[in-house]
Design a binder for this molecule. Structure first.
Ligand code: HEC
Ligand code: HEC
Length: 338
């Protein structure tokens, strides 16, 4: 009996770990250690809520029209659905696709080129980017200071109602660090949960995935968080050289962050420039369109994979098992009600 209660409490604790308690964010025991602090000390309930309020607040942008959530929508894994490159203030276009925000606490470097090296530094970029929110930090602070609710919230979290850039960044990251997706069908099968199993097609897809994809899209995060080339030709519209822009080293030319594939069913369009609208197109790229003699191509790929129609369908079926509805519809991550 005691054991049963303990086990079900644990299950509930896992499922709803992000919902209750004093703070912190829980993740599966068998996962690697996160890079960012997820303890109760680092993420308080009030800090998380403040970060969430900021994340959904369009008043942070110059003309009060664009919030973080404009480009990072929960139902699509916090990616910018339907926009190949992001659209910000005054309809201005960026040059890159807004990536999904999933399991960021496991990342050391951010953005497609690794141009940001700390999750707490990341927020400055969208707030001030002319094609995103186009504001100044001084103006953001001025507006927040005029708002009694924010002053109260900052006071509760940080012990004084001084609103500073560091506190805004910290609060935003308490929210973004908490965006943990670990309850897809794949996870449930791996945890051997009762009554959940792969179909034959999904099982075959998993095998293909491990053979062709997992060296880069490493389980359980579905990324090794490195920069690689998967053989995409350069897009002449943007001439984006990826990691090279940060390091200036030839070997980094055309290398991009390996994105997670969790919730990939919904994070379209795909790749750093959103060039593919459908997962079928992505799989066709790996199967047929990998260039043969491309010096940038990472060594994990030896030319086109030449998958049969059946293999392509199996792989797709497996990718769909990475969908985590609990994450995509978790009311805790949605627009704050207050
Ligand atoms: C106009 C669209 C837009 C808005 C608004 C926006 N972002 Fe982003 N976000 C992007 C794009 C595009 C990237 C990728 C940038 C790059 O690679 O150069 C990105 C990247 C990120 C990343 C890095 C993810 C990773 O895995 O590397 C985080 C975290 C993030 N945004 C959080 C935020 C927060 C917090 C806000 C609000 C303060 C915000 N974003 C507002 C478009 C947007
Ligand atoms: C050499 C490492 C490597 C291998 C192997 C690899 N990928 Fe990728 N994958 C990447 C990189 C790097 C990107 C981002 C490329 C870019 O945007 O320029 C990517 C992007 C993707 C995306 C787009 C995700 C998004 O949110 O935009 C999907 C889907 C994907 N890969 C699926 C697969 C599948 C399926 C396989 C196996 C058939 C595979 N990958 C094998 C490195 C790899």
């Amino acid at each position: 009996m005691v054991i049963f209660v303990a086990v079900s409490a644990l299950l509930v604790a896992f499922r709803f770990s992000q919902v209750s308690g004093k703070g912190g964010a829980v993740y599966p025991k068998n996962w690697p250690k996160p890079v960012s602090d997820l303890s109760e000390k680092a993420i308080s309930e009030e800090g998380f809520e403040l970060g969430r309020t900021l994340f959904y607040d369009p008043n942070l942008s110059r003309d009060s029209t664009i919030s973080c959530a404009t480009c990072h929508l929960q139902y699509t894994g916090f990616a910018h659905v339907d926009h190949n490159v992001s659209h910000g203030i005054d309809g201005r276009k960026g040059t890159r696709n807004a990536p999904a925000l999933i399991n960021l606490a496991w990342k050391k470097l951010f953005h497609w080129d690794g141009g940001v090296n700390h999750i707490e530094a990341q927020g400055v970029n969208p707030l001030t980017h002319p094609a995103e929110m186009d504001n100044t930090l001084a103006e953001v602070i001025r507006r927040l200071m005029l708002n009694d609710n924010y002053r109260k919230q900052f006071n509760r979290v940080y012990g004084s109602d001084q609103i500073t850039t560091a506190r805004i960044m910290n609060a935003l990251s308490q929210f973004t660090r908490s965006l943990i997706s670990a309850n897809s069908k794949y996870d449930q099968v791996m945890r051997k949960e009762k009554g959940v199993s792969f179909t034959e097609q999904e099982q075959s897809g998993l095998q293909l995935f491990r053979q062709y994809c997992a060296a880069c899209h490493q389980e359980p995060l579905f990324t090794s968080n490195q920069f690689k080339s998967n053989g995409l030709p350069i897009n002449p519209q943007y001439n984006d050289l990826g990691r090279f822009a940060m390091t200036g080293q030839g070997k980094d030319s055309l290398q991009f962050m390996i994105p997670t594939l969790r919730n990939v069913e919904f994070t379209f369009p795909y790749m750093h420039d959103g060039r593919f609208r459908k997962l079928k197109d992505v799989i066709r790229h790996y199967s047929e369109n990998i260039p043969e003699n491309n010096s940038y191509l990472s060594k994990e790929i030896n030319g086109p994979m030449r998958l049969s129609d059946k293999q392509q369908k199996d792989l797709l079926a497996f990718l769909f098992t990475l969908t985590d509805k609990e994450f995509l519809y978790n009311p805790r991550f949605s627009f704050p009600k207050k």
